[in-house]
Write a protein that binds this ligand. Structure first.
Ligand code: ADP
Length: 475
């Protein structure tokens, strides 16, 4: 069984200690990942700091060329990397292939953005003065990525930071470190200068503490739970360390009776079941206007029932396993809680597949009271909570009745309604007739307790740049 190395200051390092990586479809260990203690993370941050002066002065175009070479290498190895994503995360292979392709696109987008760290020249208010707002890279960046899109969400942090001129130290989730190790190989082949990208792994709280407390680490960019986000916010106070946080979500879907129903069903299926429901922008609460409920609900149910559950490497599978057995237990506890409060189970609600795997049947519940656990907390699984509403005002109120604010989805053909809702829904991303609103060139992030800052788009690189005002007296 292969043990994958860390990537420290340009070298692949196998350490004495390693952690097992399991295939959630079987529960079997298929690889191991080297791990390190806090001192090694500190050294990585110091080495990154040493690499910073040379990296920041390379012209953006040349930094972009490095990113293009990483993208080319990922593309060359896409089948192998997609297979690894499926092995460690469980998602169907086609979705892993999509994840690699999206990561390549993120790298290419930021390769181009690397040329555009524009500042501005501001007209003076006092004669003889000149004012420049210039952008400079903020320094060493620590990236902490989750297991649900293990390659893409790491790439979404690494690419803009490198483009901006910042070295990066990545800590992947312990459940899915292997694709990060393969990414490091791609970086190495692309010839990045030593120390500009490094990979560490190990105990999250220790590594997180080192990122927070090491003065050379100038920013932490994190995707994960709101709970861990709060730990980072508290820890960042001591050094007033900047954070980008992409946290949990509880996305509503609003289906209006003026929608194209086929499109609404299709979009809701994607928003709910992509990645087996383990996405921060997954649809959690689905609200259907009463006047179209009789058409929408049976059509949605039929599609949900038809989803094929199985090993992600098997052809034709729609839903892979959840990340582990505890995740299935959590989802089932939410289902039981909803039923206990009077919700009707329309399908699913049971474990599926082989005993060793973390499989759950696609599950649909109707008339779920707002106090049910799954209506408040993320279920992070293939469980759909359907409810019926009457008016637009009611739909908006219920959609916004959450501490989260990541994504929201609306299905309507009424342009006026679309505009009203894009303004009134409290979410950082709004899909209108679109169940998959993410794109490399558009900002991604949340409002309320779903996080701070934006990834992707021009905002994605700006997150790693400081704005400096330079005032000159001329003449
Ligand atoms: P999820 O389980 O949804 O991925 P987590 O927030 O638990 O969400 O994990 C996201 C990432 O944060 C993972 O890489 C995990 O190892 C890391 N992490 C967990 N706890 C901490 C912590 N105390 N400090 C820093 N990172 C952490």
């Amino acid at each position: 069984m292969k043990t994958h190395p860390l990537y420290l200051n340009g070298e692949f390092i196998l350490t004495e200690d390693s952690l097992p990586v399991r295939n959630p479809a079987t529960g079997q260990i298929f690889a191991r990942m080297s791990i390190c203690a806090r001192e090694t993370v500190g050294r990585a941050l110091d080495d990154a700091h040493r690499a910073f002066p040379a990296w920041r002065v390379i012209p953006g175009k040349s930094r972009g060329d490095f990113l293009l070479r990483i993208a080319a290498e990922l593309e060359r190895r896409k089948e192998e990397i997609a297979r690894v994503i499926t092995l460690e995360n469980g998602k169907p292979l086609t979705q892993s292939q999509g994840e690699v392709a999206m990561t390549v696109d993120h790298l290419r987008w930021f390769a181009e953005e690397a040329r555009r760290g524009y500042g501005r020249i501001v007209p003076p208010q006092t004669e003889g003065k000149r004012h420049l707002a210039i952008k400079t890279p903020l320094g060493v960046v620590a990236a902490i990525s989750p297991w649900n899109f293990p390659l893409m969400l790491a790439g979404r942090k690494i690419a803009p930071a490198l483009a901006a001129g910042c070295p990066v130290v990545l800590k992947p989730a312990s459940a899915t470190p292997v694709c990060a190790a393969l990414f490091a190989e791609c970086v190495h082949t692309a010839g990045l200068p030593r120390g500009v990208f490094q990979l560490v792994a190990g105990a999250a709280s220790e590594i997180g503490a080192e990122f927070l407390e090491h003065p050379r680490c100038r920013k932490i960019t994190f995707t994960g739970s709101t709970e861990v986000g709060r730990i980072l916010i508290a820890g960042a106070a001591a050094q007033v360390k900047p954070l980008s946080l992409e946290l949990g979500g509880h996305s509503p879907v609003l289906v209006f009776d003026d929608a194209d129903l086929a499109r609404a069903v299709e979009g809701t299926m994607i928003a709910k079941f992509r990645n087996t429901g383990q996405s921060c922008i997954a649809a959690n609460r689905i609200y259907v206007q009463r006047s179209c409920a009789e058409k929408f609900i049976p059509a949605f149910l039929e599609r949900a029932r038809a989803l094929r559950v199985g090993h992600g490497l098997d052809p034709g599978v729609d839903l892979g396993p959840l990340i582990n057995s505890a995740a299935v237990d959590l989802a089932l506890s939410h289902v039981a809680d909803a039923q206990g409060r009077g919700a009707k189970l329309l399908c699913g609600g049971r474990r599926a597949g082989d005993a060793g795997g973390a499989f759950l049947e696609p599950t649909v519940l109707l008339d779920v009271p707002g106090a049910a656990l799954g209506m408040c907390d993320e279920t992070f699984g293939p469980v759909a909570y359907l409810n019926v509403f009457d008016t637009e005002a009611e739909a908006v109120e219920r959609a916004n009745d959450t501490t989260y604010g990541l994504a929201a989805y609306v299905f309507t053909r009424d342009l006026n309604r679309a505009f009203r809702l894009m303004e009134s829904l409290e979410a950082g991303m709004i899909g209108i007739n679109d169940g998959l609103p993410t794109a490399s060139n558009a900002p991604f992030g949340g409002v309320k307790q779903s996080g701070w800052g934006r990834e992707l788009g021009v905002e994605g690189m700006d997150a790693f740049l400081e704005t400096k005002h330079v005032s000159l007296v001329v003449g």
